[in-house]
Design a protein around this ligand. Sequence first.
Ligand code: GLA
Length: 382
Amino acid sequence: MTDAAFEIAFKNVFGRAPEGAWSAPGRVNLIGEHTDYNDGHVMPFALPHATRAAVARRDDGVLRLHSANMEGEEGGVVELRIADLAPGTTGGWARYPAAVLWTLREAGYPIGGADIHYDSTVPVGGGLSSSAALQVVTALALTELHGVQGVSRQELALLCQSSENTYVGAPVGVMDQTASACCTEGHALHLDVRGLAQRQVPFDLAAEGLRLLVCDTRVKHAHADGAYGELRAGCEAAAAALGLTALRDVDFDGLDAALAALPDDRLRRLTRHVVTENHRVEEVLELLDAGRTREIGPVLTAGHASLRDDFQVSCPELDLVADTALAAGALGARMTGGGFGGSVIVLVEEADETAVAAAVAEALPQVRQFATVPGPGAHRLW
Ligand code: GLA
């Protein structure tokens, strides 16, 4: 939909003109999975798929939300009084923007009411951070529109993460929101979560004759939400058993000694994944810096094996897609995001793209696939 059509859509819903429009992308994570809440390393990049928000302020303490993507039960305008917002009280998709507004106000920012109309091209439920895109576009629009100065993109991402932790009740790390807020076109973002140092790493696949496919399995296994919290708690228990602040503090070279010091197999598996995965981020970083992009393939594949066998967050559909892609000639394949469904990323030679995509589609007919490149992070449209 063009900018003009998007503006008209806002007018059709709210009967007046928007003051501006913003966009924030979904992401894929290239490498560094379940490392963010262990103070570790991640390397996501922004998808060209994004959520847009057209916004106009209100001065009556009311937040009205509408999404072009929601139909049926969740369709129509959701109207909330800001004074009534409280953690755990808002249901459905509207809890994400409500959480952001509540969190910004709790942090002391003078954010008032608004009418917001959204649309999105980020596949929902694909493990591609559609909720982070929704949070970040809301936070950016509300802060800019209300003239809030001096909030960095990283702080904005932290506020969005906090909104999900506190208001929505999901104990997520900060990767997805940081990716949506801070990524830049043509780059993957290396984020060291301890200290939050960022580096934009050039990631130009086309120049190297490569393609990255995103294969959304369109499955999400029911226990995904509870399992995430249990895994996070397990990692924290392992760090505590080792007398460390976080599993980040286990050196790759000291892994065997750390494993020997842990009391049970589950904690050993979780620790082995986190420590080897942090190492894989460093390996990918070095390879990209050296212009040896093809060689990241086996590192991605090793990441999948670790998520499947040690962290145990894969599922049959993700494994099927990754294995099929590799058997059809892909350079590397791994699940991306939290797991238990969602998407696989596949690195292929340009010449092999069609054959690999066809093999995946044959193995899992429901799959939704697209080739992608790193798109821009969140920004104002007009
Ligand atoms: C989800 C969370 C992130 C991160 C990933 C796993 O996407 O939102 O913070 O933990 O899972 O890497």
